[in-house]
Write a protein that binds this ligand. Sequence first.
Ligand SMILES: *Cc1c(COP(=O)(O)O)cnc(C)c1O
Length: 405
Amino acid sequence: MTALKSWRSDKLGHLGSSIFAEVAQWKAEAADAGLDVIDLGIGSPDQPPTESVRRALAEAALKPDRYAYPSSQGSIAFRKKAADWIRWRFGEAAAIDPETEIVTLMGSQDGLSHLAMAVCNPGDTAVVPNPGYPIYSAALALAEVEAELLPLRAENGFLPDLDAVPEQVWRKAKFVLLGYPANPVTAVANETFFKRMITLAKQYGFLFVHDLAYSEMGFGGERPMSVLQFEGAKEVAVEFHSLSKSFNMAGCRIGFLVGNAEAVGALRELKANIDYGVFGAVQEAGIVALEEGMSGAMEPVGKLYERRRNLFIEALAAEGWKVEKPKATMFVWAPLPDMQWSPPDGGQWDSRRIAREMLLRAGVAVIPGDAFGSEGEGYVRIALVEDDERLLEAARRIGRFIRGE
Ligand SMILES: *Cc1c(COP(=O)(O)O)cnc(C)c1O
């Protein structure tokens, strides 16, 4: 018998960071050791969608005629409602054509993972942030697209230093992908940034891809902006939206891409060969969620996370770890604390060691910043996805951990 071939592609080795698997391993170790783990690692909302959304989903699911294949681009009813919501939320300038300028997605992850394959050829170049949401660069590896990494640093408010980018990079780039409010760095972008990106995109002919998963999670009156609000955006830009965070529908898998018709069309065409779309009942529930959002009947999710943010940041400060309050998202991007003891392995404290020891000793799971790229070293990402009491308990445990008690 000949030797069996390898059934694991080389590309798999370029997918994301192995750190998430490591954190899962530490979590299992901590649980085995009998620790009650407070999981502030994963970025999955802990709240359910509203009752009317759940009811719409249940009622649609009970109808016997809802089980045919949906269409891969999404029902026209959902696309129209999404277009209404975009206009309601971002203004008349952001109006889109529901026929040609939107494609429904199985969560924005679906689109983020396939867009490079739809708009690029192997060997093309695309620009993604460092640190960044892991699928951004993983998707480039899948599509055999070269990644140029744009560092996001505290001294620039975690916005890219656009003037520092060599012109050569803009020339080569097929697309530039950035998302604000940003995961993991929590920063919010301003008008200048969007206008500049549109100008650069026109000047160098690249597509500007904006990931807007946290549009409804701005705090203290911060209203995250859409690129579509700005003049000329649809000539050069597309934007990902997700119902996962805005409407607590992460498990339903529904989102959409809006903007430039050619790029939207390319993703639609690719997806028509990959999947047959989002379950109709989920789209019907999504319509109810968007309607509720527009009616003002539902409290925006941002309120909950803003309260948790205040409570948690203040509790951390009381424990001696002073971290700036994020302006948006459900995360805290925290520079490493001033540790009052030395790591057990005799090395220096870094993101990985802090996250590991925090989990194994204090039972609090966070993600080491370097999981999101080399520029994430020196930080940990803390997700505010537990209730007030658990967050306060986490802060107390973290305090004892920092002091080595
Ligand atoms: C959560 C998240 C998404 C959304 O993912 P879905 O697939 O829509 O659930 C997209 N981008 C970022 C930055 C996120 O944090």
